[in-house]
Design a protein around this ligand. Structure first.
Ligand code: FES
Length: 64
């Protein structure tokens, strides 16, 4: 499923970035070599990240 149309990021992309330590959409997108454009996806991306991090409370935060 596409999360970010502007950057063509899938849910899997965002989950992978979250598992790698990204705690925010900005950090996740930076790990994916892009950055938010219109911003429409940020709330949904944050939900995905929060869900992924809740499954793995040991994840450390990695800055963007
Ligand atoms: S849909 Fe993600 S920045 Fe526009």
């Amino acid at each position: 499923m596409i999360v970010c149309v502007c950057n063509r990021l899938t849910e899997t992309d965002v989950r992978t970035a979250a598992r790698a330590g990204a705690a925010t959409p900005e950090a996740a997108y930076a790990r994916l070599d892009c950055e938010p454009q219109c911003g429409c996806c940020l709330d949904y991306a944050q939900e995905i990240i929060d869900e992924e991090r809740a499954k793995r409370p040991h994840l450390r935060v990695v800055a963007a």
